[in-house]
Design a binder for this molecule. Structure first.
Ligand code: AGP
Length: 599
């Protein structure tokens, strides 16, 4: 989720680029940089940290030029630091690129380029694009860029400039890129907010299209060189609306981003032959797994227990990180500690990790933020690649964590030489579509939210792999609507909580089809017999459920192992709509922080 902006025209480019980067900070940043054609040569200034730090650094350099590109980085490969920040230069220092996306075959291309004498200075996948273009450059930047792109697998939003040509080349596959049309000036960007202050005339590049941009003209072609006419759109939104892509809150945007987020988590890690995870120890030697995390990440850890024991036949324990770190856990070199953390900075989780390392256990992190503290201390890791999660209430990170745990369970099976169910693999690849179907129930969920927004208490009930989903649904509601809610294993209510049931108690059941369905239906009957109000999340609503449930939210049929990722969607939406209807600050709920870096 990096940010890109470029300018070519008659004005000084540096202030335009810096202002544009500031408009893109919401996309997440850990470093930023700028390249300007200054008195005939490319000048690159890069800085770790906030855009403001790059801005003050630039004051030392007094760049002057009317062509430039700039980038705010959300790291996917390589630590957030100056060396890995964009723009990246080729060996000659005469070609500069900024890139958003993931180049899946960057290892092979890096080896090829190094063998040909290129010295690649960063740890990123992106830098190899600059060297590939250099490899083919022979006085025509556009042509060399196309030749480079034809070798690349993966996603890119790319802007390229070179010392010898007064133009910017942009190309796109999988990561958005737009062209802004001005009066004797042109803009390029990854997102409209970066350039909306200068123009409302926008062209959206499509996949496998490339544009050659000069200060007063642009030409758009496909990768075969055929010219393409594109519609010019007039933007109606304000910048504020645009940062959230028209969604009222970041949380809602991130709920609806989940199909794309899950596709990014899966990207390059699964095909019909194998699961590809870069785990740098022999996981078949592990005798037991302990997973520690906090909050929502602890809920995905609980789901991981079901998946790892059921699919990978691996004994698995789950512990709150805050509890694990203070008891005397028995752990050794045959054990694997998995820590799950969206931010990679949660103090309790980090402390639990260090405790496990101190006892000689292998460690693995399932983390979203690249280069965060936890990622630097584990032996191996699985990045979520879902982009920045701005809303305090975690949504896309949760569903991605569950998918990462499923990939890990299949990976362990594969390494143990056990067969992998092709049906589930096919469904895993189709999961983004299933999530989209669940999201299409948003209006039905909104009706239920309207009905129960003033309730004082909720119960969420699930069984098996959906018990942790019940916990997650309850946490979502609690943390953004401030309504008390409790998640429980459905069978457990007869051991106490059923005393709470009355006509004012909405009870949300996770009732999608699985081997425990008859049991869930009898739990529903127990609630109904005490006048409880039943909201059921189902995928094959049988007549029993239809008789018992007061409200039904239908999601798509999927393998039980994947059901948590689909079933959680209506629960996220229910919490969001209730909180929004109560006029609460959904993205920044009271008393909460996005990352709890203190005990
Ligand atoms: C989730 O909605 C909460 N914001 C919170 O429980 C969060 O999951 C927890 O603080 C752990 O954060 P982490 O995943 O960044 O470690």
């Amino acid at each position: 989720m990096c940010g890109i902006i470029g300018y070519i025209g008659q004005k000084q480019t540096t202030p335009i680029l810096i202002d544009g980067l500031k408009k893109l900070e919401y996309r997440g940043y850990d470093s930023a940089g700028i390249c300007v054609l200054d008195k005939g040569s490319l000048k690159v200034i890069k800085k770790k940290g906030k855009i403001a730090e790059l801005d003050s650094e630039l004051k030392e350099h007094n760049l002057s030029g009317t062509i430039g590109i700039a980038h705010t980085r959300w790291a996917t490969h390589g630590e957030p630091n100056e060396k890995n920040a964009h723009p990246h230069l080729d060996c000659s220092g005469q070609i500069a690129i900024v890139h958003n996306g993931i180049i899946e075959n960057h290892h092979g291309l890096r080896q090829l380029l190094v063998k040909e004498g290129h010295s690649i200075v960063s740890d990123t996948d992106s830098e190899i694009v600059a060297h590939l273009i250099e490899k083919f450059y022979n006085g025509d930047l556009a042509k060399a860029t196309v030749q480079a792109l034809q070798l690349i697998d993966g996603a890119y939003g790319l802007a390229v400039m070179c010392q010898a040509e007064k133009k910017i080349i942009v190309a796109r596959r999988g990561s958005p890129l737009i062209i802004g049309i001005g009066d004797k000036e042109m803009f390029v960007a990854s997102d409209v907010p970066a350039i909306l202050a200068h123009t409302k005339k926008i062209i959206y590049l499509s996949d496998d299209e490339l544009a050659i941009i000069t200060e007063d003209n642009y030409t758009i072609k496909n990768l075969e060189g055929k010219k393409i006419d594109k519609e010019i759109h007039e933007i109606k939104w304000s910048v504020a609306e645009l940062e959230k892509k028209g969604f009222k809150h970041f949380m809602l945007k991130e709920i609806f981003e989940q199909p794309e987020a899950i596709a990014n988590t899966l990207r390059g890690r699964i095909n019909d032959k194998e699961i590809k995870l870069s785990i740098n120890f022999d996981i078949t030697k592990i005798k037991r797994i302990v997973i520690t995390a906090c909050g929502t990440s602890w809920h995905s850890a609980l789901i991981g227990k079901y998946l790892l024991e059921d699919l990978a036949l691996m004994p698995t324990e789950v512990d709150y990180a805050s509890e694990f770190r203070y008891r005397n856990p028995i752990l050794g070199p045959d054990d694997l500690m998995i820590v799950i953390s969206q931010s990679g900075e949660t103090a309790d989780t980090l402390a639990a990790l260090r405790e496990a390392k101190g006892k000689g256990a292998k460690t693995l992190g399932i983390v979203n933020v690249v280069g965060s503290t936890i990622t630097r201390e584990v032996d191996s890791g699985i990045y979520l690649h879902v982009g920045p999660e701005i809303g305090v209430a975690s949504t896309k990170a949760f569903s991605s964590q569950v998918v990462a745990l499923l990939l890990l369970a299949f990976y362990i099976r594969q390494e143990k030489g056990l067969a992998i169910d092709k049906k589930i693999i096919k469904e895993l690849n189709n999961l983004p579509e299933k999530i989209k179907e669940a999201l299409s129930q948003a209006e039905a969920v909104k009706v239920i939210a309207e009905k129960f927004k003033s309730s004082k208490n909720f119960l969420y009930l699930g069984r098996g792999i959906n018990f942790p989903v019940a916990l997650e649904g309850a946490l979502k509601l609690k943390e953004i609507s401030y309504i008390h809610a409790e998640g429980y294993p459905a069978a457990e209510i007869k051991h106490g909580p059923i005393a709470l049931i009355d006509a004012n108690m909405p009870v949300v059941f996770l009732a999608t089809k699985n081997n425990l369905s008859p049991k869930i239906i009898s739990n529903m009957a127990e609630v109904k017999a005490r006048s409880g109000i039943i909201i059921a999340v189902v995928n094959e609503p049988d007549k029993e459920i239809k008789k018992l449930a007061d409200y039904i939210i239908e999601v798509s049929i999927t393998s039980p192992e994947l059901s948590p990722v689909v079933n959680v969607i209506p629960l996220q939406l229910l919490a969001y709509y209730i909180a929004d209807m109560k006029g609460l600050d959904v993205d920044k709920p009271r008393n909460l922080a996005k990352s709890v870096t203190v005990e």
